[in-house]
Write a protein that binds this ligand. Structure first.
Ligand code: PLP
Length: 387
């Protein structure tokens, strides 16, 4: 068995070899992309090539890609940048959004999801038709992710956009987890802004993009939240992260090329779920909804996630409990809570996320470790009971 077995690709996926090479090449460049001399122009070319590739991943125009420091900043730019223009506009976000959306504005109104974690379009319609609970000048902004980081559940974003359009609302879509995993066409989805992050698609961490479309394509309504120079057409100040952007571009190109293969990961994901799902009390969250092929959020009855993660780590298997991508500490999952999962059960849920380094024997290793941890915990509990 290869050690360690990495099953946390939704947190960060391994950097692709082609990306490593591109980053190393970019490190050899000296110029600032804003400089007009040859060195500056060489740096500029790397950035613009990457912009083309990132745009192609989601069917956008290159000029509409704004590079940021990652998905978190892209989400903040979408919401805060637009709010500045619209003056405390209403912001409606699904209850299962990433915290970088939910914390981006103080007046977020959450849209309910069903027990599979799918956003309730009727609830959205009603909310948009109704009076705002907050001060609502100008069009509202609706933010719904394309795929959830904890469960992999895919949201009906085109449906969200259709409802929003009826009410004259703008739509932002956090596609950080969906990119490279499902095919994305920003125009077909009908959204106005879309967030991406390089380290979820085999690129380096610390670089991402907000992709604009439609009315926002020329930055008319988007205020920068990082102020200073005129980089990124005035939408995001600061000398560009040349190496990160170079890597992001190659990662986007590779992700687009490898997209047809991604659904194959479901074979392993399903094997794992079929094997464990037969056991009494094991629940796979979101299994009744369309999901990413690589993600499984499942319980180990009676064993809290924190304990599981440590035990798996000791067994050489690296994975996360729910939304651990920001803190490393295990906090109650707001995603599972929104799906109506009781706290006690949610506390026993871990996230397995597969990726391009996953191999058949990883699934065997995970299953063996799972059974071992479960049986040992049960035996220990019995001993305590008997004592
Ligand atoms: N949005 C989603 C759905 C995510 O899963 C993450 C990270 O896990 C982010 C946003 C934040 O992206 P970044 O880590 O690039 O800031």
């Amino acid at each position: 068995m290869k050690h360690p077995v990495y099953m946390d690709h939704n947190a960060t996926t391994a950097v692709l070899p082609a990306v490593q090479k591109a980053v190393a090449r970019a490190l050899e460049l000296t110029g600032n992309a804003s400089s007009v001399h040859g060195a500056g122009r060489a740096a500029r070319k790397v950035i613009e090539d990457a912009r083309d590739r990132v745009a192609a991943l989601v069917g956008a125009k290159s000029a509409d890609v704004v590079f940021t420091s990652g998905g978190t900043e892209a989400n903040n730019l979408a919401i805060r940048g637009l709010q500045q223009d619209l003056g405390q506009a209403r912001v409606l976000a699904s209850a299962v959004e990433h915290t970088s959306v939910l914390k981006a504005a103080s007046n977020i109104e959450t849209i309910a999801v069903d027990s599979e974690g799918v956003v309730d379009l009727e609830a959205l319609d009603t909310m948009l038709a109704g009076a705002s609970s907050t001060n609502g000048a100008g069009p509202a902004l609706v933010s719904v992710m394309l795929a959830n980081n904890e469960t992999g559940v895919i949201q009906p974003v085109a449906g969200v956009a259709a409802v929003a359009k009826r009410h004259g609302a703008l739509v932002h879509c956090d596609a950080v987890q969906a990119a490279g995993k499902i095919s994305i066409d920003i125009a077909a989805l009908g959204v106005h802004m879309m967030s991406l992050s390089a380290h979820k698609i085999g690129g380096p961490a610390g670089v991402g993009a907000l992709v604009l479309a439609g009315d926002l394509a020329h930055g008319a309504n988007l205020f920068p939240i990082v102020l200073g120079g005129g980089q990124e057409r005035g939408r995001r100040a600061g000398s560009e992260n040349l190496t990160g952007i170079a890597g992001f571009g190659v990662a986007a190109e590779e992700a687009l090329k490898d997209l047809p293969e991604f659904p194959n990961l479901a074979v392993w994901r399903n094997r794992l779920e079929d094997e464990l799902g037969r056991r009494q009390g094991v629940h796979v969250f979101g299994a009744g909804a369309p999901r990413l092929a690589n993600t499984s959020c499942l319980t180990m009855p009676g064993v809290v996630a924190e304990r599981q993660i440590i035990a798996f780590d000791l067994a050489g298997i690296e994975l996360s409990a729910g939304a651990a991508c920001s803190s490393g500490k295990v906090e109650p999952s707001h995603v599972l809570a929104a799906m109506g999962v009781a706290v006690d059960e949610a506390d026993t849920a871990i996230r397995v996320s597969l990726g391009w380094t996953t191999a058949d024997q990883d699934i065997d290793a995970f299953l063996a470790a799972w059974v071992d941890i479960f049986e040992r915990t049960k035996a220990a509990a019995k001993e305590v009971e008997a004592a």
